[in-house]
Design a binder for this molecule. Structure first.
Ligand SMILES: Nc1nc2c(ncn2[C@@H]2O[C@H](COP(=O)(O)OP(=O)(O)O)[C@@H](O)[C@H]2O)c(=O)[nH]1
Ligand SMILES: [Mg+2]
Length: 331
C-alpha cells in the first residue's frame, strides 16, 4: 500500500500539473522516468489522476538523421505554433545513451528561444534503459504533457534503428525530415522508415542548397508514389522548408491538419485505441519476461537450458516449453 502522505503529495502534484505548472510537469516526468518500485507505484497513481484529462493534443512524431536539422526545425516550427496560440511540448526518444549527452547540449542552444518560452516545454531523452523502457516513459510523459494543457506534443527521434517504430506507435502522425539530396542518399534511405512517414519534409531549402532541395522533393515524391499508402485516402506529401529562415512552416501545419481531417475523428480514435492496446500487450510481455528472469530458480534453469540449446543438445522449442512449465508450476 502507498502511504497516505505520498498520495496527498501526488494529489498536490496532479493539481499543479493540471493547472499547467511546468515545474510540476517536470517533477511528474522525473517520477515517471524513475525505475524505483515505489516511484513506479506513485507514477501510476498520478497517471490514473491525469488520464481523464488527456487525449486532446495533436501527437506528432519527428524523425531524421543526425544533422538534418530536427532541433532547428522544432525551434522554428514550435515558435510558429506559439504565435498561433498553441502550447507545445517536445519529448526526445533516443535510447543511444552515450551519444545523446552531446545532442542535448546542442539542442539547448538550438532550441534556445523555445525553451525560454512559458508556452513550451522541452524534455530531453531519459539517458538510460532499453528502448522498451524509454518508449514507455515517453508515452507516459506525453500523457502528462497533454494533461498539463500542451495541445501539440512532439516526440523526436534520431533516424536510425527501432526507435522510429516505437515513436510511430505513439503518435497520430509521423513526420520524416530529410536532407536536400537525392540519388545515392535516397537509395541508402531505409524504405521502411519512408513507409512509416505520413509527411516528408525536405529541410535546408535555402541558399545554395535550394536547387538540391527541389530535386530531392521531386525524387522523394516519385519514391512515395511507388509505395502503398499506410492510411487509405492519404498520399504522403513531400514539402520543403527552411528551418533556418523559417520558410514553409505554414504548409507543414496545414498538411498536419489536413491529415487529421482526412483520417477523421473516428479513425483517429481507432488508431489511438489500437496503439493503447498494443502498448498494454507490450507491457504484459515485458512484465512476464522480467518476472521469469527474476525468479532465481527459473533463472538458474534458464542458464542450463540455454547452454544445452547452444550446444545443440536440446531444441529451442523443447527448452522454451520446459522453462514455461517450470515457471507456471512455481507460480
Ligand atoms: N542552411 C540551413 N541549415 C540548417 C537548416 N536547419 C538546420 N540547419 C543546420 O544544420 C545543422 C544541424 O542542425 P540540427 O538542428 O542540430 O540538426 P539535428 O541533429 O537533426 O537536430 C546546424 O548547423 C544547423 O544550423 C536550414 O533550414 N537551412
Ligand atoms: Mg538535435
Amino acid at each position: 500500500m502507498t502511504p497516505p502522505k505520498q498520495i496527498a503529495e501526488d494529489e498536490g502534484l496532479a493539481a499543479a500539473l493540471l493547472a499547467g505548472d511546468r515545474r510540476a510537469l517536470a517533477r511528474a516526468i522525473t517520477l515517471i522516468e524513475s525505475t524505483r518500485g515505489d516511484h513506479r507505484a506513485e507514477a501510476e497513481t498520478l497517471l490514473a489522476h491525469l488520464l481523464p484529462r488527456t487525449g486532446k493534443a495533436v501527437r506528432i512524431g519527428i524523425s531524421g538523421a543526425p544533422g538534418v536539422g530536427k532541433s532547428t526545425f522544432i525551434e522554428s516550427f514550435g515558435l510558429f505554433l506559439l504565435e498561433r496560440g498553441h502550447r507545445l511540448a517536445v519529448l526526445a526518444v533516443d535510447p543511444s545513451s552515450p551519444l545523446s549527452g552531446g545532442s542535448i547540449l546542442g539542442d539547448k542552444t538550438r532550441m534556445q528561444e523555445l525553451s525560454r518560452d512559458e508556452r513550451a516545454f522541452i524534455r530531453p531523452s531519459p539517458t538510460a534503459g532499453t528502448l522498451g523502457g524509454v518508449a514507455r516513459r515517453t508515452r507516459e510523459a506525453g500523457l502528462a504533457c497533454e494533461a498539463a494543457g500542451f495541445d501539440v506534443v512532439v516526440m523526436e527521434t534520431v533516424g536510425v534503428g527501432q526507435s522510429e517504430t516505437a515513436v510511430a506507435d505513439m503518435v497520430d502522425l509521423f513526420v520524416l525530415l530529410l536532407p536536400p539530396a537525392g540519388g545515392d542518399e535516397l537509395q541508402g534511405l531505409k524504405k521502411g522508415i519512408v513507409e512509416l512517414a505520413d509527411l516528408i519534409v525536405v529541410n535546408k531549402a535555402d541558399g545554395d542548397l535550394e536547387p538540391a532541395a527541389n530535386r530531392a522533393v521531386a525524387e522523394y515524391l516519385a519514391a512515395v508514389h511507388m509505395l502503398r499508402p499506410a492510411n487509405a485516402g492519404w498520399m504522403t506529401p513531400v514539402l520543403k522548408v527552411s528551418s533556418l529562415y523559417r520558410r514553409g512552416l505554414d504548409q507543414v501545419w496545414t498538411e498536419i491538419n489536413r491529415f487529421r481531417a482526412t483520417l477523421g475523428a473516428a479513425r483517429l480514435s481507432e488508431k489511438r485505441a489500437r496503439q493503447a492496446r498494443a502498448w498494454m500487450w507490450h507491457e504484459i510481455e515485458e512484465g512476464l519476461i522480467a518476472a521469469l528472469r527474476g525468479h532465481p530458480e527459473v533463472a538458474k534453469r534458464l542458464d542450463e537450458l540455454e547452454a544445452r540449446v547452444a550446444a545443440g543438445a536440446l531444441t529451442p522449442t523443447a527448452a522454451a516449453r520446459a522453462i514455461l512449465e517450470d515457471f507456471r508450476a512455481r507460480g
